[in-house]
Design a protein around this ligand. Structure first.
Ligand code: SF4
Length: 256
């Protein structure tokens, strides 16, 4: 029989799991703006494959998400996991977004990020996190959920502060995201669609993800930690080879 605590742990992950459309389709979600083009391509072609493993990120993120859900249940002016989608112009693509919480009373959209202090220190308004919230705001406005007077925030919770540091250092930071004009947001979306459409037409153009976060394992071998830990497409990605010191960089006909 399975350990009952493990079952509870799995249930926590399942409760916080993404519950939107996971089927293959021409869609770009706000959360994809954090991804490499190749991952976006895989999502379009094969649908969303959830990375449901007990990593620190998934488990802490899920616990945090359930806390937010509970808070929104308690207060009428808050709504958690707000999801909307719209057809994007006449492109045949869908734009979708899910934000962690909207505060209708204080006209605020806030997305929570379990991240590293390094990310906060190096954050700028061109960071993918900022673009995610911008796209959420864009979609929520286009669906008439909110007007153009909402403020956008990121709540960054650091997962890498050690216990002996946590009395001295803040373990979280709140960052305001600058709003951009719609044509700037649309330019970014158009760029992504252009690349993915060209890859769908001609697979030989597909490029491997840019930075695979190479790390050394205890036995001294290097491994691409982005693929190993954070990518649910490695079983189908022809660039990925866990036994090689470098990923297979050559696009050999692929057949994806
Ligand atoms: S397995 Fe690695 S190279 Fe392939 S999509 Fe995932 S992160 Fe990118």
């Amino acid at each position: 029989m399975n350990n009952p605590v493990k079952i509870i742990q799995q249930d926590v992950l399942n409760l916080a799991k993404y519950s939107g459309n996971t089927k293959p389709r021409k869609s770009i979600s706000a959360s994809m703006l954090d991804d490499d083009m190749l991952k976006i391509y895989f999502r379009v072609k094969f649908g969303i494959i959830d990375n449901q493993t007990f990593t620190q990120d998934n488990t802490l993120g899920s616990i945090f998400q359930l806390g937010i859900d509970h808070l929104a249940d308690e207060r009428d002016t808050l709504e958690a996991r707000v999801r909307r989608e719209i057809p994007y112009k006449d492109s045949g693509w869908i734009l979708s977004a899910e934000t962690d919480i909207i505060d209708y009373e204080n006209k605020t959209i806030c997305d929570f990020k379990l991240t590293k202090e390094y990310t906060y220190k190096n954050f700028n308004q061109n960071h993918s996190y900022a673009w995610q919230v911008r796209l959420q705001d864009y979609i929520f406005r286009k669906t008439n959920l909110i007007k153009n007077d909402y403020k956008l925030y990121l709540y960054m919770l650091f997962k890498d502060i050690r216990q002996n540091e946590s009395f001295l250092k803040p373990i979280e930071q709140i960052v305001e995201v600058e709003k951009y004009e719609d044509d700037v947001i649309e330019e970014k979306i158009d760029e992504i669609i252009y690349v993915i459409e060209s890859w769908l037409e001609d697979e030989s153009k597909i490029e491997v993800c840019k930075d695979l976060w190479w790390r050394k394992s205890k036995n001294g071998n290097s491994y691409p930690s982005k693929c190993e830990k954070y990518c649910s497409y490695k079983s189908i990605c022809k660039f990925y080879n866990s036994h090689s010191k470098t990923p297979v960089m050559k696009n050999e006909g692929l057949g994806w």
